[in-house]
Design a protein around this ligand. Structure first.
Ligand code: NAD
Length: 246
């Protein structure tokens, strides 16, 4: 028996990294997974994985998001994973960088949640998982100014939604990973003058001595997608505080 048997999941950014690992992990636990990404080529790597159906979807396109979600009757779990890292301080940013980063990292969650929450209310509950980061209101990270601002907004948005919909049995949580070894992390490393040294420097910043893996974050996503933390929340209120909007 899987931990997500019978659940229907929709997630974004499933083409690679944390999103892909989460799609695979949730399907393995018995969920029917609608795995979406803007990049159809990346989604092809999920072809043939049992329980996964792939769809090209750009979460910055309101009409496309609406049209896609309107075709799925029941949605038990929504994982808003898509996000973009803008590298730089406030002095490096232009207005377009703020607009793009907030559009993709935050406003995309409004697009999906606005369509999915009415379905969850009607069906008696659900779980929404938003992707934040430790670079947010949790911690200031160098050269992550606009990114950190968007991820702090995700925490605020998640807590507000949790407060609004907890009585509808809709759980809202976000995950705040540190540095996770994903293709986009490697792209950011490759863009630096000495990628080999840069990777070592990145790694040495991790007190555990290594990067987190996408699969490790996916384990947390599976837990939040499952009903296991409904009862756990009463005793682990701090970890799961966003569920109650505290
Ligand atoms: P990634 O950056 O390697 O991949 C992102 C995926 O998002 C790609 O498949 C890409 O095609 C897709 N995507 C980009 N724009 C899109 C759009 N408009 N609509 C739909 N899909 C789109 O993945 P990652 O590093 O695993 O990051 C995933 C999420 O986790 C992001 O929100 C990121 O900010 C967050 N995060 C990552 C780390 C890390 O160290 N990697 C740490 C904390 C949080």
């Amino acid at each position: 028996m899987g931990r997500l048997d019978g659940k229907v999941v929709v997630l974004s950014a499933a083409g690679q990294g944390i999103g892909r690992a989460s799609a695979v992990a949730m399907a393995k636990e018995g969920a029917k997974v609608y795995a979406t990404d803007i990049n159809g080529e990346l989604l092809k790597t999920l072809n043939g994985v049992q329980g996964i159906e792939t769809h090209v979807l750009d979460v910055t396109k309101t009409d496309d998001v609406k049209a896609f979600l309107s075709k799925i009757d029941r949605i038990d779990v929504l994982f808003n994973c898509a996000g973009f890292v803008f590298n730089g301080t406030i002095l490096d940013t232009e207005e377009k960088d703020w607009d793009f980063s907030f559009d993709l990292n935050v406003k995309s969650m409004w697009r999906t949640c606005k369509e999915v929450i009415p379905k969850m209310k009607k069906q008696g509950g659900g779980s929404i998982i938003n992707m934040s980061s430790v670079a947010s209101s949790k911690k200031g990270a160098p050269n992550r100014c606009v990114y950190g601002a968007t991820k702090a907004a995700v925490i605020g948005l998640t807590k507000a939604m949790a407060a609004d919909f907890v009585t509808d049995q809709i759980r809202c949580n976000c995950v705040c990973p540190g540095t996770v070894d994903t293709p986009s992390l490697q792209d950011r490393i490759n863009a630096l003058p000495d990628p080999t040294q840069a990777r070592k420097d990145f790694e040495s910043r991790q007190r555990i001595g290594r990067f987190c893996t996408a699969e490790e974050v996916a384990n947390l996503v599976v837990f939040l997608a499952s009903d296991e933390h409904v009862s756990a929340a009463t005793s682990a209120g701090d970890i799961l505080s966003t569920q109650h909007g505290r």
